[in-house]
Write a protein that binds this ligand. Structure first.
Ligand code: SF4
Length: 909
């Protein structure tokens, strides 16, 4: 839709483009507004069946993250490791990459190269990568960050139901009488789906919500029953629930007899899983296990929603299978509201699985071990054969890179130097590699620092193709603006590289695509006759009829909403299989040296390694810096207070960050958000701690659990420096200094004109030369402009920059009590002349007349926790607070927290 209007003397053309959110697996439809080549707005697509117009905090700020600072805009190469990369032409960059890859393949064979790609790529991107690696090069060394996210769900489905196909859909929340959420903080990780659950509960007050999670997350706090199990004890819990179901007769003999196999073995196994025994292992009450079993089995329809809590585990496949066992035993499957429904973390993890974009999969759910399937794929691609030996999976690939077995790696649209477990080894691997290509939209990720060749890729709002969400629904992704700089589409980069490489290898180029639709059509063709058959789908159809679920056969108008209604499963005999799942504990036991459990997970407003969300000030306002959350008693035992800097150490590495008391945590447990890497904190981030031990079937690593110790660090010297304006460029300059301090974090703040803040704690006074570098990075070094304060005796120095009465920046060294309220003053950008006498005062609260807002709960309407609590103290309920402050009335992401704040006891102010 195009609109044109006159603003002043300028004619602006406004365009609206339908597309899909690029963050989580809910796959919300968006409508982008763009003006003169810039994306200026985004709103939820009211017609998209995943979200019907709703967006969460991340989706609703997508347009604000479509900015060019720190984007990779031109190819760069470096010819020697010790040199910086230099700008290069596309031809030169691709030629160099093809030369290196061809030489390595010819000297050492195709298995000496690896490709590590991403669940954020579009299906077409994924398809050509898969064909390049398995078809043209002839290795299965192509894996993806979906390995860290979804591969246990794949193996769980395949081992039980026979195919990697989530049987349910989002509409099932409206038909379920019991929703059983396991290992998912849906309120944060899939917020728009959680909005649907909230609405469904409103219209069906009898619905039961059971949440299984070691933490009392906002999702768990909303539940009728929260089973706060100890990390990794899920199989024990699910088997105990089955034990209860069998004992009480809450199962379907008829369904088991007609549609399944393998029940007798499992029945024998769960005999030992009494609720009393499980209660001691899981750390929950036996009565609660019985209650969960009752609601699960006897509700008219039970829907399970599960995610990384089950998947990111060395027992991930068994956890998935043990939960699906419950659905099969109780016939809670194949009906509206009844399904084991795995939620995908990434926007297109499903699309990647569909094209076989993992080291052990083949196109269209074909089996790599099956010679007929391999022959089908080879025939489709026009090659003699495709390799049958599974390739290296994520952790294995970087291990092989470190050992020299793999010599060159191509990384696209993902940041393994931040997101893989035991990341110190990954850094070593990237340093050891002979050659590293990074295909990326952002120039500032940790992984880019290792690139010998950087290839600039397009990003959300610029790309075209398709994605598949958790409910098997394929949506179009469309561009609102042109590719910036010299960036190219991911599929195009692969096609251009293939043209170059095939010549050097003397092989036929099998990737000569003229456009992206041709790629989609070839993928469509590959699915015909398979369980995910999309023979009836086309770009034109998706654009005219809207997003569609698979399978959608030729001649059909819509896809299949739910699978297995007839009880026939895609296995050799049509029967689903019970997996005889036995409980095995976590990979790393706690002990005297590492006495605490560490789990990782998502924040509400950040996404993955923050390469996109980490560039918007308001997305730091809910949680502004890395923290480890702990139970208050555990903190007291260690002499820790809120905000103390601690060293968290595991068997793999350490991280230095602040500690925060949290009522979410049971004693003995800690939590660090998964997002923080070395671009925002000293050290390598949270994954310096995590273990690379992985599940035997899915090869998915146990990112969800590590044994750690937490000790207080004495870092008495404090430095806080912040500056409004040009925040991303200044943040990038500060990154060069981040690693030299004993503790340091970087963040953004503010809404209109953003600022950057550096927080430092150090064992001793920071040298003057370092201060000068901080000042220079923040533009606080102009002696004529800044106001200075110095107390030489105490080693304290401060400076402030004001312009036109507005406070633009401060640097506080040695005494930082005023840091928080000064940050708010800088963020507000209001006239601060009357505060001038107080700028260097050691005040922890603003002078009289100024209020301090603190943490922001509602991002849409900029409502702080303090403002909400002030209303709660007056006795206001949720509706009244919403009416007055508007919080939770737009995207709704803050609604669970708002309800929690109202429900919990509030101290008088
Ligand atoms: Fe995007 Fe939020 Fe929707 Fe996920 S729930 S797709 S992050 S808008």
């Amino acid at each position: 839709m195009y609109l044109a209007f006159i603003a002043g003397m300028q004619i602006l053309s406004t365009q609206e483009t339908r597309s899909t959110c690029c963050y989580c697996g809910v796959g919300c439809g968006v409508i982008m507004t763009s003006e003169n080549g810039n994306i200026t707005g985004v709103r939820g697509d009211p017609e998209h069946p995943a979200n019907y117009g709703k967006l969460c905090t991340k989706g609703s700020t997508l347009h604000l993250t479509a900015r060019m600072e720190l984007r990779a805009l031109h190819p760069e190469v470096r010819l020697q490791r010790t040199h910086a990369r230099q700008p290069a032409s596309w031809d030169a960059a691709l030629e160099l990459a093809a030369d290196k890859f061809a030489a390595i393949i010819q000297a050492h064979g195709p298995d000496a190269v690896g490709f590590y790609i991403s669940g954020q790529l579009l299906t077409e991107d994924y398809y050509v990568f898969n064909k390049l690696v398995k078809g043209l090069i002839g290795t299965n060394n192509v894996d993806t960050n979906s390995r860290l996210c979804m591969s246990s769900a794949v193996t769980g489905y395949k081992q039980t139901l026979g195919a990697d196909a989530p049987p349910g859909c989002y509409d099932d929340v409206n038909h379920a009488d019991c929703i059983f959420i396991a290992g998912s903080n849906t309120a944060y990780a899939h917020p728009v789906l959680f909005r649907r659950i909230e609405e469904a509960r409103k219209s069906n007050p009898d619905m039961k919500l059971v949440v299984v999670d070691p933490r009392r997350t906002d999702t768990a706090a909303a539940a009728d029953l929260h089973l706060a199990i100890l990390p990794g004890t899920d199989v024990m819990l699910f088997n105990a629930m089955l034990h209860v179901m069998l004992w009480e007769g809450w199962y379907s003999e008829e369904y088991i007899a007609a549609h399944t196999e393998g029940f007798d073995d499992l029945k024998r196994t769960v005999r030992d899983y009494t609720p009393q025994h499980a209660a001691t292992v899981c750390g929950v009450a036996a009565e609660d296990i019985v209650q969960a079993a009752r609601w699960f089995a006897t509700s008219k329809a039970t829907l399970s929603l599960y995610c990384q809590g089950l998947n990111q585990s060395a027992q991930g496949t068994l956890k998935n299978a043990a939960l699906i066992n419950l659905h099969l035993a109780t016939a809670q499957i194949g009906r509206p509201g009844a399904a084991p429904f795995s939620l995908t973390g990434q926007p297109n993890a499903m699309g990647g699985r569909e094209v076989g974009g993992l080291a052990n999969l083949l196109s269209a759910h074909r089996d790599m071990a099956n010679p007929e399937h391999r022959a089908e794929v080879a025939a489709l691609w026009g090659v003699e054969s495709v390799p049958g030996k599974p390739g290296k999976t994520a952790v294995e690939m970087f291990d092989a890179l470190r050992s020299g077995e793999i010599k060159a790696v191509w990384i696209a649209c993902t940041n393994p130097a931040q997101s893989l477990p035991d990341v110190t080894l990954v850094h070593e691997a990237l340093r050891t590699a002979e050659f590293v290509v990074v295909q990326e939209a952002y120039a500032d990720t940790e992984t880019v620092t290792f690139a010998d060749v950087l290839l600039p890729a397009t990003s959300w709002g610029e790309k075209t193709g398709t994605v598949t969400n958790s409910e098997r629904r394929i949506s179009r992704v469309l561009p609102a603006v042109a590719a910036p700089g010299e960036a190219r589409h991911d599929w195009q980069i692969v096609v251009d590289f293939a043209a170059c490489l095939s010549g050097k290898l003397g092989r036929k180029n099998i990737l000569a695509y003229a456009d992206v639709e041709t790629v989609f059509n070839e993928h469509r063709l590959s699915t015909i006759g398979r369980d995910l058959d999309i023979g009836g789908m086309s770009y034109a159809m998706l654009e005219s009829a809207g997003p569609q679920q698979w399978p959608l056969l030729q001649g059909e108008a819509t896809g299949k909403v739910r699978l297995y209604a007839d009880g026939v499963y895609p296995t050799a005999n049509g029967r689903a299989r019970f997996v005889n799942a036995k409980y095995v504990g976590v990979a790393e036991d706690i002990n005297i040296r590492y006495p605490l459990h560490l789990t990782t997970g998502r924040l509400r407003d950040q996404w993955h390694g923050m390469s996109r969300t980490g560039k918007l000030g308001r997305l730091f306002s809910h949680v502004e810096e890395p923290m480890i959350s702990m139970n208050e008693q555990d903190m007291t035992r260690r002499g820790l207070a809120d905000g103390d800097v601690v060293k968290v150490a595991s068997r793999h590495g350490s991280a230095t960050l602040k500690v925060a008391a949290s009522q979410e945590m049971r004693s003995g447990q800690t939590f660090i958000p998964m997002h923080w890497g070395g671009q925002y904190m000293g050290g390598a981030g949270v994954n310096a701690l995590t273990t690379g031990v992985f599940d035997a079937y899915s090869k998915q690593p146990e990112l969800k659990h590590t044994a750690v110790q937490v000790t207080k660090l004495e870092l008495p010297w404090q430095l806080v420096a912040m500056r409004r304006g040009n925040a991303l460029v200044r943040m990038d300059r500060l990154r060069a200094l981040l690693q030299r301090f004993d503790y340091a974090t970087l963040g953004l703040f503010g809404r209109e004109e953003e600022g950057v803040v550096l927080r430092v704690a150090h064992a001793e006074a920071v040298p003057e030369a370092w201060l000068a570098e901080v000042d220079a990075a923040l533009g606080l070094d102009d002696a004529d402009e800044v106001m200075n304060y110095r107390d030489a005796k105490r080693g304290i120095s401060k400076r402030a920059l004001m312009s036109d009465g507005r406070l633009l920046g401060v640097r506080l060294n040695g005494e930082t009590a005023a840091r928080d309220w000064l940050k708010e003053i800088i963020a507000q950008g209001a006239d601060a002349r009357e505060l001038r006498p107080w700028l260097f005062a050691p005040l922890s609260a603003p002078p009289a007349g100024q209020s301090q807002r603190g943490r922001i709960v509602c991002n849409c309407f900029d409502v702080s926790e303090q403002e909400i609590l002030a209303e709660v103290r007056q006795g206001a309920e949720v509706a009244a607070i919403q009416a007055k402050l508007k919080c939770g009335t737009q995207c709704g992401s803050c609604l669970p927290e708002l309800k929690r704040l109202v429900a919990q006891p509030v101290a008088a102010s």
